[in-house]
Design a binder for this molecule. Structure first.
Ligand code: MN3
Length: 205
C-alpha cells in the first residue's frame, strides 16, 4: 500500500489568524504531496521495504540501500513531519491543561520561558528545518532542532525522542505572509496550536 497524503481536519482558510490560506494550500497540496509521491517512487524498486510503516522506515535510515537512503530520509521525513504538523494545529482556540502545564513547568520553569526557549531553538535553525519539543526515553522534555526534513524519530538523529510539538521553519511555511520575519511566524504559531492533541501525545505511551 503506497503512502498517501492525509486529509486535514480543517479547511485551508481556518488558521488564517496565524497562517494564510494560500500558504496552507500550497504547503499541503503541493509540498507535502511531493514528499509522499517521491517517497513512494523511491520505494518502488524495493518491494521488501513496502511492508514497513513510515516510522519503521525512519528508524532504519542508516540501514537503507545507499541509492534510496537520502530520498527516504528527505521525503519520508517530509511526509512524517508534515502529517504531524497538521495534526497539532487547530482552528479552535485552545490552552494547555493544568496537567500539561505542570509537565512543562517541571522542565522549563514556566510557560512563558518554555515559549521563549522554543522560539530561540526555532530561530537558531539556520536555513531549513524544524523545531521540536520531544519526550526522551526517560520521559524528560527537551527542545531540539533538526535540519531539512530530519526528525527525532530517525536513527541518525543527534537527539532522539518522541515529538509532542513541532514547527516547520522552512521559508515555504511562512514566506507569503511573514517574508523574512520568522520570529513573527513563531509568535503566531502559538495561536493555532492544538493543546489537547499535544497533551494526548505527551501522556500516551
Ligand atoms: Mn513544510
Amino acid at each position: 500500500m503506497a503512502f498517501q497524503l492525509p486529509k486535514l481536519k480543517y479547511q485551508y482558510n481556518t488558521l488564517e489568524r496565524s497562517i494564510d490560506p494560500m500558504t496552507m494550500e500550497i504547503h499541503h497540496s503541493k509540498h507535502h504531496q511531493a514528499y509522499v509521491d517521491n517517497l513512494n517512487k523511491a520505494l518502488e524498486q524495493y518491494p521488501n521495504l513496502l511492508g514497513l510503516s513510515l516510522e519503521q522506515l525512519l528508524q532504519r535510515i542508516g540501514d537503507l540501500p545507499a541509492d534510496i537512503r537520502m530520498k527516504v530520509r528527505n521525503n519520508g521525513g517530509g511526509h512524517w513531519n508534515h502529517s504531524f504538523f497538521w495534526d497539532i494545529l487547530t482552528p479552535e482556540l485552545s490552552n494547555p491543561s493544568e496537567q500539561l502545564l505542570d509537565k512543562i513547568k517541571e522542565f522549563f520553569g514556566n510557560f512563558d520561558n518554555f515559549k521563549t526557549e522554543f522560539k530561540k531553538v526555532a530561530l537558531d535553525r539556520f536555513g531549513s528545518g524544524w523545531a521540536w519539543l520531544i519526550k526522551d526515553s526517560e520521559n524528560k522534555l527537551k527542545l531540539v532542532s533538526t535540519p531539512n526534513q530530519d526528525n527525532p524519530l530517525m536513527d541518525i538523529a543527534e537527539e532522539s525522542g518522541k515529538p509532542v510539538l513541532g514547527l516547520d521553519v522552512w521559508e515555504h511555511a511562512y514566506y507569503l505572509r511573514y517574508q523574512n520575519r520568522r520570529a513573527d511566524y513563531i509568535d503566531a504559531f502559538w495561536n493555532v496550536v492544538d493543546w489537547k492533541r499535544v497533551e494526548e501525545l505527551m501522556f500516551e505511551n
